[in-house]
Design a protein around this ligand. Sequence first.
Ligand code: TPP
Length: 310
Amino acid sequence: MCAVGVKTIEQIERRVRACDYLVVAQIFLQDNFLLERPLEFSDIKPRLLGHWGTCHGINVVYANLRSYFKASPNFSFILGPGHGFPALQANLFVDEELEKVDERATLDKTGISYICRNFSWPDGFPSHASPFTPGVITEGGELGYALANAYGIALGHSEKTIAVLIGDGELETATALDSLNLRNLLTGSQNGRIIPILHLNGYKISAPSIYARKSERELNELLRGFGFTPIWIKGDDPEDFQTALGLEEKDAFYIYKNEKGFGGPNRYHEAHQVPLKNPRTDEEELKSLESWLKSYRFNELFSSEKGFLL
Ligand SMILES: Cc1ncc(C[n+]2csc(CCOP(=O)(O)OP(=O)(O)O)c2C)c(N)n1
């Protein structure tokens, strides 16, 4: 068991808020990225394209893993659901990994403006993970390979630990489901450790996922059948997450249950893509976007003078 300090919990919460803000800003804003004045129609991108729904969950997982495993060279994170790209981009930006490959992504106001304006923008970043993303070598969009890749990295590398976030929709693919069997092939001490995390946010795109329709008991029995020990993390409390990681259970399979779109103006099936359709023309939607952005209190997490305070 790990005793989780108050400071650690606060750091994780702050990082999640910062990355959630950056996700929303990337999807919607073409100007006024720090909300230095009231939001106007002209601050909104003319064409909104991206995926919000899965992003908060990714930010929670990323922040907790980062806090627990630090920046160890023997630790890797594999992200299954490619739709969560703005969350991946936000985390790579905050960790200054993006700046290593793109000198315009500086960890300051200019860099924030750069990543936000250029997300889903002509000649900018695509709306999904691509070879411009540090750590990504292919561009595809075919779900299902996250867990198999994690086992591949672990093969013959006992020094490695690989955490892998598998979407509940992704686990419906034959590839992902059959990859659960790889546990049996990598039992030897010469292989690394896999930390599978199922992102049970309930929806595959906008329809309920099969795994969300299973009872807790059914899901537990399924995973036990594959030789795993299911460990549930319900909701976003960093203390619960850190405690679950601290169990250091050898064959743990984490089930992180959260609400798709949590923190946004709508949840579940409505949250998958862009949850506000017309903030560039509809006054009410513009206000809703502004209060959504303000809910993260980004001014407590970043200032132009001091940079990030995470
Ligand atoms: C093999 C394959 N089948 C279908 C798709 C289309 N697709 C893209 S995202 C997605 C849903 C993914 O669901 P989940 O993993 O739960 O991610 P989230 O809903 O959290 O975004 C589907 C079916 C795909 N990309 N690859």
